[in-house]
Design a protein around this ligand. Sequence first.
Ligand code: DAH
Length: 350
Amino acid sequence: MSLKENLEKLRDNGLQDIANSNEEQVLNDIRVKLLGKKGPITDALKSMKDLSAEERPKIGAIANQIKKELTEAIAKRQVELVQLVIQEKVKKETIDVTLPSRQTKKTGTQHILNQIIEDIEDLFIGLGYQVISGPEVEEDKYNFEKMNIPKDHPARDMQDTFYIDDELLMRTHTSPQQARTMEQHDFSKGPLKMISPGKVYRRDTDDATHSHQFHQIEGLVVDENITMADLKGTLEVLVRHVFGEDRKIRFRPSYFPFTEPSVEVDITCFACGGDGCRICKQTGWIEVLGAGLVHPNVLRNSGIDPEVYSGFAFGVGPDRFAMLKYGVEDIRNFYSNDVRFLEQFKGEEA
Ligand code: DAH
């Protein structure tokens, strides 16, 4: 093979190797091998001294040309390889925006009792009721006397509480809101329809089903011709909303000083549907709240004529609703602020 052919073969193989190189290090090795001091081009240029004077410039020109071509090919490949590295990196670091994010911030949740209370508020707002809040430090007059529980009444025993002084106490129930709203109501503007949720207090020994502080939602409707049928229909809407559409309700006679007649309201068991199970203690029924028709004395005490107006009232315990609905066995869980308990109600929001 002539020197010219040798050089050309060298160039072709060199260009091939350069094109195939896929790392900067490999390309650098190729450069040293082809163009370095001990490389074949240098050798070829050195051996030109043995050529004839006629051939020398021709081969010299070819050798220089090949050297130039190889140098340029290496430089070009060098740029490509740098680009390739960047492209690889970009590909690897592509962000998958559909992946769920790492939870760095913990989001809280509304307390389960507030969830239940707000849900019931929404229901009654939809039925045209006002939502009214009242004072937790209440006057004896409203908490007891106007509710037909005079000073010596035995019903006070069940509702012993924390007294600020003889006439001021932590309210034992939300019923004083009945008197407060009746006093304010102007019947020329329509019937009185209100619910009043809030905290209530009792001097109870704290155990699994009692807490010195708990919640009630008072309900009151006063208008002409309000009957037990109105009460029953309303409570049916309430318990079906909270405990499920198939619930039936029944009234059992009971006693509250501020209602006459008074009833305890039971619903068919939501766990067994009424057949009898552990939750309903084999009876098929669960007691959920107290209610009745507003006692004439209570209407009178707030300046309303019982000959013209009548009303119904009910008292709901959201704590009890939550315990029943979610199978919570200890009421104190609602108040001890253990996040492991509270977190379980994430997403129960209506
Ligand atoms: N205030 C009663 C209690 O705390 C609950 C109650 C029962 C309220 C019957 C009412 C009612 O409005 O009609 O035990």
